[in-house]
Every structure is written in structure tokens, then in C-alpha cells.
Design a protein around this ligand. Structure first.
Ligand code: ZN
Length: 149
């Protein structure tokens, strides 16, 4: 199953789980009106289907159904395709890797596309120490908060 953001003609938005990206979207949960997928922000001219855009990738723990293996695998497959596409068309990618999940067990170590999923889930679930998080004792204290963005 793949999760898509869909929107009805009245503007209700919700997530729908589809078996494949070619399935029709279900009627609106609120009002029963027909729905359509929220289109990708970036389209390639003509040739290949770029697949779901980064906006359509799940970015919540709920979005990957609390780590449901089939959902995670599905998204991982789509992301792998997307990443290959972005190697060819770097303008699609920018310089960021999408965060697939940053809630629940991924609160402290966001799940990013390209991460080894099983390792990440295991590490987050069993709260194994993440490498590179420990600070050397002689490291100078800095003022202000550092971010990695
Ligand atoms: Zn509706």
C-alpha cells in the first residue's frame, strides 16, 4: 500500500492508501465527492514519470503507518527510484535528503531516504546510541544552538 495525499472537489484533504500509484483515489471521507491526488510540485517535461514528489512523501511516523514494513518498503522503493532520477536531474533534488519520518521513534534521529531502514528502525526502537552524537570533552562550548540545516 502507498499513501497519497488526496483532495476532493470541496477541498477536503486526507491520506489515502492505494495499492499502486495507478489506482483510482477513493471518494472523499467527509462528503463523498470524487477525489484526486494532489499533484507533484515538479513535473518533468514529457518523458519519465518522476513518481511522488517530496511533498507527497510521508513525513510523519503516522505517514508510514507506524513503521508498517510493507508501507516502509513501498516508500523506500519509490524513494530509491526518485533518488536515481535526481542523480540524473540534480535540479529535482536540491541538496537535501527528505526526512521520511521524524516522529515517534524517529524523534531524535529522523529517518531519511537512503538510510538503511532496518538498521534505523532497530536503532530507534531499541534506543541504541547513534554514532557521532557524543561530544568530545574538550570541545569548546558554543553559544547559541547549532543546527544541521
Ligand atoms: Zn470532501
Amino acid at each position: 500500500m502507498i499513501l497519497y495525499d488526496v483532495k476532493c472537489s470541496d477541498g477536503h484533504r486526507f491520506e489515502a492508501a492505494l495499492k499502486s500509484m495507478f489506482d483510482d483515489t477513493p471518494p472523499c471521507r467527509e462528503c463523498g465527492a470524487p477525489t484526486g491526488r494532489i499533484p507533484a510540485a515538479i513535473k518533468l517535461s514529457g518523458t519519465a514519470d518522476p513518481g511522488p514528489s517530496r511533498e507527497q512523501m510521508p513525513n510523519t511516523w503516522r505517514g508510514i503507518r507506524r513503521g508498517d514494513p510493507e508501507t516502509v518498503r513501498g516508500w523506500h522503493g519509490l524513494m530509491s527510484k526518485r533518488e536515481k532520477l535526481e542523480e540524473k536531474y540534480p535540479e529535482l533534488a536540491g541538496d537535501r535528503r527528505p526526512v521520511l519520518a521524524h516522529e515517534g521513534i524517529f524523534e531524535n534521529a529522523p529517518l531519511r531516504a537512503g538510510d538503511p531502514l532496518a538498521d534505523k528502525v532497530a536503532a530507534a526502537t531499541f534506543k541504541t546510541a547513534q554514532p557521532g552524537q557524543t561530544e568530545a570533552p574538550h570541545t569548546k562550548q558554543r553559544h547559541g544552538k547549532e543546527t544541521d540545516k
